[in-house]
Design a protein around this ligand. Structure first.
Ligand code: MLC
Ligand code: AMP
Length: 494
């Protein structure tokens, strides 16, 4: 097995790989723990042969142990969102035919009933860890390694399957483009069921031999204290995080703000991605910290595709050029390549970074490729050599705080409310979230609804960040001759 096509940890044994609270773990310790975990998972078998093993934990040593342990034992890692509602977990677990679930403490307790119902073996990391390291399989890098769930233009999220080779390609292109080194120290506070946290921060850091500080959530006081202390030299986040930091600055005194900004100033790199970084935010961040944000564009199915240069002009409102090893091309609606600048087209991507398939969904996989190109559904123009994202081809995809949400999925849940006759969900521009979820609701005759009641009703039925931030009651939704809701007309109503 060639190391360069398998996601792995650096072999600088003595260096600190992970920091979690007060604990620090060297590469040697983490590597050995992963091998013991892989040995325990195998439990005498030669190879897991792509068994789907889910795990439900925040960024932690145990998370890294599980993810790499599953990879080294030949399984498919299925990291789950720890803030999922039970109904969502039910879908992920049955879709992926998960057989074993790894979770600790309170997370394990919250899954006990569901796992019992679904006949899934529920284990803690300690339950699995073997005493000694045993034989581990040789794995073909073209084998499936990871499944991440992504929302889209369908009702239920799809499982995006990447191979070891895909993941390795997604990592190595970023190490090259963003000049990762073992001297880097980076905080990880983003969720670890999406590629931004998994690939761009955790996997790049560990491959490069850097130190990754793990946080179970975006804890502003703790993280900014480390920034003031000069702990980090690289910082990666979604635009909402930069907005929230700036909002936080309004709540603390000016001397404290200065200390935090002075902590950002000497960093070698601040990156924004997963959603559009408004030019106003780019300028504010530069003004406050002197940092010129590097904006890049990616997607669960491709890892990162386009990036502003590390050396060279980082242009606000633009996402740069194709990353090393990534081919990008704009196409018009007739599937012809767009060859002129300033002409919009759909971004299509080719390269080792592109995922293998949607799990158990050949139709969706076939439909998402054209002539070997993966069709992202994002529309862009090239201006003076730099890509600029114009929007998405589907109105049913909403990007809120970096999370991709499916309007159809949210509508599907709302429609199970006994007082709702019809509804339509759209994303509306929002300074904090980029887009926020708004639901237009048509009630059954004689019914009334307060926003707070609906919000309470949604709790536990969908992850909290999917819950509409506002509702508008409407007598009848605008529909076309086919009876389909005309969502652009709803936007016009606002
Ligand atoms: C939290 N809330 C959100 C939200 N996040 N509402 C809408 N959109 C979001 N993204 C709501 C909660 O439901 C809760 O509501 C309230 O805000 C406080 O929750 P919290 O968890 O304390 O919020 P906070 O920690 O501030 O979370 C904000 C955030 C988080 C920005 C840290 O959203 C986040 O981690 N986003 C990043 C997601 C990500 O990694 N995306 C990358 C996907 S990969 P209430 O009402 O209960 O109080 C990808 C490819 C690529 O896109 O290019 O990278
Ligand atoms: P996800 O499916 O969660 O991986 O989200 C991927 C989507 O996020 C892309 O298809 C884009 O719509 C959006 N996205 C990612 N980065 C950017 C960016 N820099 N600017 C605008 N949109 C982005």
């Amino acid at each position: 097995m060639s190391e360069s096509s398998f996601p792995h940890l650096n072999d600088d044994n003595t260096k600190v790989a992970l920091v979690e609270g007060d604990a620090r773990y060297s590469y040697a310790e983490v590597n050995q723990r992963i091998d013991k975990f892989a040995t325990g998972l195998l439990n005498g078998r030669e190879d897991l042969q792509e068994e789907r093993i889910a795990f439900f934990m925040p960024a932690s040593l145990d998370y890294v142990t599980t993810m790499h342990g599953v990879w080294r034992a030949g399984g498919i890692a299925v990291p789950l969102n720890v803030s999922s509602a039970v109904a969502e977990l039910d879908h992920y677990l049955s879709c992926a035919s998960v057989t074993r679930m790894i979770a600790n403490g309170k997370y394990q307790e919250s899954l006990r009933e569901l796992c019992a119902k679904m006949n899934i073996e529920l284990l803690s990391v300690d339950d699995v860890l073997a005493e000694e390291v045993g034989d581990l399989p040789n794995i073909d890098p073209n084998r499936r390694a990871m499944m991440l769930f992504t929302s889209g233009t369908t009702n239920k999220p799809k499982g995006v399957v990447s191979t070891h080779k895909t993941i390795a390609a997604q990592i190595t292109t970023l190490i090259e483009a963003w000049s990762w080194t073992e001297d880097d120290v980076i905080p990880l506070f983003l969720p670890v069921h999406h590629i931004h946290g998994i690939i761009n921060i955790l996997s790049c850091g560990l491959w490069a031999g850097a130190t990754v500080h793990l946080f179970s959530k975006f804890d502003i006081p703790k993280i900014t204290a480390e920034i003031v202390a000069g702990t980090y030299n690289v910082f990666m986040a979604v635009p909402t995080i930069y907005v929230k930091l700036i909002q936080y600055f309004d709540t603390i005194d000016a001397a404290e703000v200065k200390k935090i900004c002075d902590g950002f100033r000497p960093m070698r790199l601040n990156i924004s991605g997963s959603a559009a970084c408004p030019v106003k935010l780019f300028d504010q961040w530069k003004e406050l910290t002197g940092q010129i944000l590097l904006e890049r564009y990616g997607m669960t199915e491709i890892g990162m595709g386009l990036s502003n240069p590390y050396h060279g002009e980082r242009r606000s409102g633009h996402v740069g050029q194709p990353l090393p090893g990534v081919e990008a091309q704009l196409f018009d609606e007739d599937n012809n390549p767009v060859l002129e600048e300033n002409t919009p087209g759909e971004i299509r991507i080719k390269g080792d970074n592109v995922f293998l398939e949607y799990w158990d969904n050949e139709k969706a996989t076939i439909e998402s490729f054209h002539d070997g190109w993966f069709c992202t559904g994002d529309v862009a123009v090239i201006e003076d050599g730099y890509y600029r994202i114009m929007g998405r081809s589907s109105i049913d995809i909403i990007k809120s705080g970096g999370y991709k949400l499916s309007a159809l999925e949210i509508e599907g849940t709302l429609l199970t409310h006994e007082d709702i006759a019809e509804c339509a969900v759209i994303g509306v521009e929002d300074e904090t979230w980029g887009e926020s979820v708004l639901a237009f609701i048509g009630l059954k005759p004689g019914k009334s609804m307060e926003y707070s009641d609906l919000k309470n009703w949604c709790d536990g039925k969908m992850s909290s960040y999917k819950i509409p931030k506002a509702i508008r009651l409407i007598y009848a939704l605008p529909r076309n001759a086919m009876g389909k809701v005309v969502k652009p007309d709803l936007k016009k109503l606002l």
